[in-house]
Design a protein around this ligand. Structure first.
Ligand SMILES: *[C@@H]1O[C@H](CO)[C@@H](O)[C@H](O)[C@H]1NC(C)=O
Ligand SMILES: *[C@@H]1O[C@H](CO)[C@@H](O)[C@H](O)[C@H]1NC(C)=O
Ligand SMILES: *[C@@H]1O[C@H](CO)[C@@H](O)[C@H](O)[C@H]1NC(C)=O
Length: 378
């Protein structure tokens, strides 16, 4: 088909232009065929009706089949299978009108210490997600992944994703090859985003998603660490989220880059529980950090976060305006009962009906300020 070959040709031409060697990936042809299948597979008649849909799901993951083959396990369990139509049906069944997509762990870090493959994988994942959003623009928006820790390549890739492919933010992992997001070598990325925000609409959005801990030894070698015999999704992901927030606080990343808004996974994981103690080490920034946690941090409900865990954040004076809805689809499926997880929020006795509406949809719209396509019923 002319349109699909055009799509593949364009991907190849831009990779060539940007000096990215996609052919270092053995599954390149399969991935390109899969990307061009996205528009071929679209069929209006198959689409669900979205009759009651009003929720905005800010924490979801596309899982291309070739990414799943590359990474058959994630967070200690089998990587779930995924396809666009099943995702759309899930949305319809749960009154979700729009979902923000970001590729899950390990994002482009499937090849530790291999810069060329990391860069190529980030590009392919971004092309895949961008094409998916092009096919279903009312239903999906997306966040770009990066080839961190290779920071110059990251700035180039993020610029491409935001400026040419239409990403509405950037997704990073709690650690990239053992380096946490406050690492000063990552500052060129935050500087680029800060400058773009200043020139543009005043903010850029950074999603932090948990990853298995990786330890970087003094000699630079990497150890994929398993601090607990339990699978990492059970607890370690929450500790990783706490480490990442600690990192961008301790190194003042959140203060230095005043226009960045941080989309924090899983209601900040273990961070609220440690924050009083942690901030004792950073008294000079503690007051301002707390202010930022309550204004430029946006916490999702993928968890289970409601009704219990969220009280830790609320007790730290984070207002309900900073809470957004997230399901972790499709990774959440089979890990927790999604219906119970959503009911934890929709039936929370301590929230009013209008507060729930804020969390389910209004706050996400406020965060993205019109950057996500306004779904029809809103
Ligand atoms: C396209 O549809 C085919 C046949 O239903 C399916 O096997 C494939 O996974 C789909 N690919 C994408 C990218 O949607
Ligand atoms: C979706 O919305 C409809 C109409 O408000 C409601 O009856 C139904 O229970 C909702 N479904 C879910 C899964 O929340
Ligand atoms: C802060 O940045 C320095 C320099 O990049 C790095 O060595 C250190 O690990 C960072 N601290 C945290 C808590 O991330």
């Amino acid at each position: 088909m002319a349109s699909s070959s055009t799509c593949v040709d364009r991907i190849k031409a831009r990779a060539l232009r940007d000096d990215i060697g996609l052919s270092v990936l053995s599954f390149l042809d399969e991935a390109l065929a899969d990307i061009s299948a996205l528009s071929k597979n679209r069929s209006q008649s198959q689409l669900p009706p979205f009759n009651n849909a009003f929720r905005i799901d800010t924490h979801t993951h596309p899982v291309p089949s070739w990414f799943r083959s590359l990474q058959p396990f994630s967070a200690g369990r089998e990587t779930p299978s995924w396809d666009p139509l099943s995702h759309l049906k899930f949305m319809d069944e749960h009154n979700i009108t729009h979902s923000v997509l970001c590729v899950s762990t390990p994002q482009a870090n499937a090849f530790p210490d291999d810069r060329a493959k990391t860069i190529a994988l980030a590009r392919l994942l971004n092309e895949f997600t961008a094409e998916l959003v092009k096919v279903y623009p009312e239903r999906f928006s997306w966040l770009a992944v990066t080839p961190l820790p290779y920071v110059e390549d990251t700035v180039a890739e993020v610029r491409y994703a935001l400026e040419e492919l239409g990403a509405v933010g950037v997704g990073v992992l709690t650690n990239h090859e053992g380096l946490y997001p406050g690492e000063e070598s990552f500052d060129p990325l935050w500087t680029y985003l800060q400058e773009r925000a200043e020139k543009g609409d005043g903010r850029e959005i950074v999603f932090i998603h948990p990853h298995d801990p990786v330890i970087r030894l003094d000699d630079g070698s990497l150890v994929s660490s398993k601090p607990s015999p339990l699978r990492s999704g059970l607890g370690e992901f929450y500790f990783e989220t706490a480490r990442a927030i600690s990192s961008i606080t301790a190194n003042r990343t959140i203060i230095k880059f005043q226009n960045l808004h941080w989309r924090i996974s899983h209601g900040a994981g273990a961070f609220p529980d440690i924050s009083d103690r942690f901030l004792l080490g950073f008294l000079k920034v503690a007051v301002e950090a707390r202010k930022i946690y309550a204004t430029r941090f946006w916490y999702d409900s993928a968890g289970p976060v409601y009704p219990r865990q969220i009280k830790g954040l609320l007790a730290h004076d984070v207002p309900i305006s900073q809470m957004v809805f997230g399901t972790d689809y499709p990774y959440g499926i089979g890990f927790w009962d999604v219906n119970v997880n959503i009911a934890g929020l929709s039936e929370a006795a301590f929230l009013s009906a209008s507060e729930k509406e804020e969390v389910f949809s209004k706050n996400a719209k406020a965060l993205w300020q019109g950057k996500i396509r306004q779904p029809m019923r809103l």
